[in-house]
Ligand binder design. Structure first.
Ligand SMILES: Nc1ncnc2c1ncn2[C@@H]1O[C@H](COP(=O)(O)OP(=O)(O)OP(=O)(O)O)[C@@H](O)[C@H]1O
Ligand SMILES: [Mg+2]
Length: 341
């Protein structure tokens, strides 16, 4: 559906040339929710803006739905943009227009006639859950409701691709989740391909199928969300994964425990897919002659299964502790000994 080949974007700046996107090559499949994560300045917005021709690559090609976006101009590009919509962090609504009028706007531009336009607006209002707010103005809406208007407007002309540039970054966690649920719903119902960029791993975890990690203009890691969570390769990826899997005070808890106990081992377990549901700890206690303290744990859902980490302190006879660790290893659970007591 989307093919980015050897794309580079260089901006002229006072200090010389600034390479915002540096030789990126990626394929995004039809119907996929594809995430791009990176810190500020990594080049995420520049990359996504090349997907709808808001920026032109300095080098390389961008193809979306069989159209070479990096080559077309004028009316052909405007037509292509009806198939590649975008939503933004700050919504970009028209403040003097009501909810209905905002959603009708792209339909007016596309030349959709009155009665048909009205019908389509009503459908979209229902799709994004804004019934009753048709005549409200953006200033009378919450952040989440404003983004729903943004989404409805983006979907008005039945696009094939929806681009989301930090679409939930201005929202509180609960509202973020409701907007992410809406995006998943739209992806499943309409088969829409979604490309989203974010600096929050929570967003990737919750809705993306695959993720690319960007650093200094380059894609440094790419893979299915579950694989990247299970086995992050780059230091930056590990930091992002820790954002959602490891509570911040885990280290302190472990250190505190190490001070308290001078025996046993502290072990980090990683659960993926089905094993997250299995009562590994119960079995461990049944099979071994050790004491188990649960320090901290977290299980998260991804689009392709659950993922979780659990920190435990295993105490007892040295030999028994080793046996216990071996037992966990045999349970298709990732095991890492954090430190010795
Ligand atoms: N129009 C422009 N002219 C000059 N430099 C630019 C332009 N747009 C972006 N840049 C530079 O390109 C680099 C990448 O910027 P970009 O906006 O793509 O990053 P980002 O990953 O989206 O960051 P953020 O998370 O802060 O939105 C930055 O160093 C930025 O200053
Ligand atoms: Mg940006």
């Amino acid at each position: 559906m989307i093919s980015i080949k050897n794309v580079r974007k260089v901006f002229p700046s006072k200090q010389g040339q600034l390479t915002a996107v540096d030789d990126v090559t990626l394929e995004i499949k039809e119907g996929e929710i594809f995430g791009v994560i990176g810190y500020s300045g990594a080049g995420k917005s520049t990359l996504i803006r090349m997907l709808n021709g808001l920026e032109l690559p300095t080098k390389g090609t961008v193809t979306v739905a069989s159209r070479e976006i990096s080559k077309i101009k004028g009316s052909e590009l405007r037509k292509a943009r009806q198939e590649i919509s975008m939503i933004f962090q700050h919504f970009n609504l028209l403040w003097s227009r009501s909810v209905s009028e905002n959603i009708a706007f792209p339909l007016e531009i596309a030349g959709v006639k009155g009665p048909q336009r009205k019908k389509r607006v009503a459908e979209l209002i229902k799709l994004v859950g804004l019934e009753g707010k048709e005549n409200a103005y953006p200033s009378q809406l919450s952040g989440g409701q404003k983004q729903r208007v943004g989404i409805a407007r983006a979907l008005a002309n039945n696009p094939k691709v929806l681009l989301c540039d930090e679409a939930t970054s201005a929202l509180d966690p609960q509202t973020t989740d409701s907007i992410l649920d809406l995006l998943v719903d739209i992806n499943q119902r309409l088969g829409l391909t979604i490309v989203l960029i974010t600096h929050e791993m929570h967003v990737i975890r919750k809705i993306c199928h695959r993720v690319a990690v960007m650093e200094s203009g380059k894609v440094v890691e790419i893979g299915s969300v579950l694989d990247v969570f299970r086995n992050p390769q780059q230091p930056i990826t590990k930091r992002f994964v820790q954002q959602v899997t490891e509570p911040e005070d885990t280290k302190e808890t472990a250190e505190h425990l190490l001070e308290q106990y001078d025996s046993g081992q502290i072990v980090q377990l990683t659960f993926i897919g089905d094993s997250a549901e299995q009562p590994v700890i119960t079995n461990l206690i049944r099979h071994s002659n050790v004491n188990v303290n649960i320090l901290q744990g977290k299980i998260s859902q991804t689009q392709s299964g659950s993922y979780g980490t659990l920190f435990i302190h295993i105490d007892g006879d040295d030999q028994e502790v080793d046996k216990a660790v071996d037992f966990i290893r045999s349970q298709q659970v990732g095991v890492e000994v954090v430190s010795h007591g």
